[in-house]
Design a protein around this ligand. Sequence first.
Ligand code: F6R
Length: 365
Amino acid sequence: DKGNHRHFMAKEIHEQPEVVGRTIAHYVDLATGTVRLPLDLPFDFKALKRLVISACGTAYYAGLVAQYWFERLARLPVEIDVASEFRYREMPLEPGELALFISQSGETADTLASLRYARAEGQHIVSVVNVPTSTIARESAVVAPTLAGPEIGVASTKAFTCQLAVLLSLAVAAGRARGTLSAEDEQRLVKALVSVPSLMSEALKHEHDIELLSRDLAKATDVLYLGRGTSYPLALEGALKLKEISYIHAEGYAAGELKHGPIALIDETMPVIVLAPHDAIFEKTVSNMQEVAARGGRIILVGDERAAREASVETWTTLTMPAMDPIVAPIVYAVPVQLLAYHTAVFMGKDVDQPRNLAKSVTVE
Ligand code: F6R
């Protein structure tokens, strides 16, 4: 049932404050402002030397964001790869370490094969899955559920943001166990996490502006997405979302990589979507925006008010996000990224819920 929405994808985008809120409530103790994992972990985060993560597509991008979180908050080194590579890499894994798999459907063939490889190598297997009865859930020692509810639209939206909410909770729990986060740090992070649903509702209020912007985006043949830090995987996700439902060619890049090649593409016809909350590396992203502006690229800045004020370049449009702790920005900034792809594809008359050549569950490699 699509409710009042034209497409499942629209319904699922709009459901996010609710389902992400439900997911967060499952992993944090609201009364004490601490993370409380409802999981029986057969290992101690403190004893781990390394975490490996594998997944496909959008779920892989959630893993890339989590890599920053686990390394920064828990000082736990992370190795991550797409499952189609991971399964054949023959990566040496020391027994007793942790392997994390992320999947909406829980049926993705490559992710399942990677899980089996890691299990055979003696890893503890934890999976973040949305379908609790799935094969990946059944084959995992520990299942960390996303409470997104059924996701019908082929393009993943609410499952992605719920995955991020679970992964941030796990990273905070790991940081606490490893002694890299103080009690105050944890309180601050949990507070930021708990504020996410209302921040997402704020972000959804930009839908009309995004819809207008999408009419211009629909004319582009190529679109570039840039970001640094956790905004980098989000840039990859933005490009994937746009290409899979609108069929416009899009690329996501780490903003600092611009001058190593993609800058050659920039001219007056090229929309460049810059995902830049005002975080610790914002100044660096500003330099990259200046490089784009100097070549006539059309910058669409997705940032908070402070970022918009300090960007010091002429942007084509700015989508102003609410101010927030930068740690949760990738969860909230997913909303404008999804809406931009959705409205562009709808404006172009594409079938957003059933894009060509794609299946919701990829059970063959
Ligand atoms: C993109 C998309 C795909 C899936 C990928 C993994 O919008 O939906 O990239 O994320 O096929 O699927 P799951 O999460 O079911 O393993």
